[in-house]
Design a protein around this ligand. Sequence first.
Ligand code: CP
Ligand code: NVA
Length: 303
Amino acid sequence: ASSRKVRHFIDIHLLDAGSLRGMLDYAAALKRAKQPEKPLLGRTLALIFEKPSTRTRVSFEVGMRQLGGEVITLTGKEIQLGHGETIGDTARVLSRFVDAIMLRTDAEEKLHEMAEAASVPVINGLTDKSHPVQIMADILTFEERKGPITGKVVCWSGDANNVCESWIHAAVRFDFELRVACPAELAPSAETLEWVRRNDGRVIVTRDAEAAVAGADAVVTDTWVSMHHQDAERRHALLKPYQVNERLMGLAQKDAIFMHCLPAHRDEEVSTAVIDGPQSVVWDEAENRMHAQKGILAWCLNT
Ligand code: CP
Ligand code: NVA
């Protein structure tokens, strides 16, 4: 391994605004380019999934290949991670074989443990706490439709979950207003909101979805029951008032966009009319996962 500092992509709040913007600029340039570049020729990415995935897996696999690289995907209990050997030992071994590691896991501590021991970049492919690669694709999608996100207003209505956490980090780093409408029981952590305050961020947390969505440029939500949640019945009851439907969308800007990281549950967190309607950009958002991954990979591998 070289002595140069390894470029991990762990969380948006741990990265500076210039690096994040650079990743998105490169992602957008690659998306526009007719003749794809192959800057990662001969490099290998390992993907480790301790939870299911469709978009993250396929977008990293295809994106890495389009950049000229190779991919190895390891899922579930088929490897020794955290069972037969420590996460640190797995990280040290994988670092001898591959050029970057993406990990989707439950506890964020596992990701930190992997990054500390790895001598190659480690990328967060979702934890119970955050989902930063998703929000990079979301910013790309927002800006394609609405122009620079700086100074705009984004409203999150629903569970202040891992995806919301990364939106909060992004609001500070990309300098936009984020209004989080959620039940008090499912609000962002005090620690995260304290970080926002220390960084002069504009993140408002309210129980009033109608007030939060008023005049917003984008309305965003996610599943009421994430992969790590067990209390589905309680969550449905608490989150029902936060459903994004035509009535709620009608309070946002007339040309506001609707975003959702997917997978979606129609007529739960979002009405069928909204997700399948003209304001929804969810399929572009899914496609942009791949373009964003390319920007992230190129930055991590310093090309
Ligand atoms: N949005 C997202 O991360 O989807 P997958 O769980 O399918 O990867
Ligand atoms: N909040 C969801 C996101 C899935 C991409 C989950 O963690 O299950």
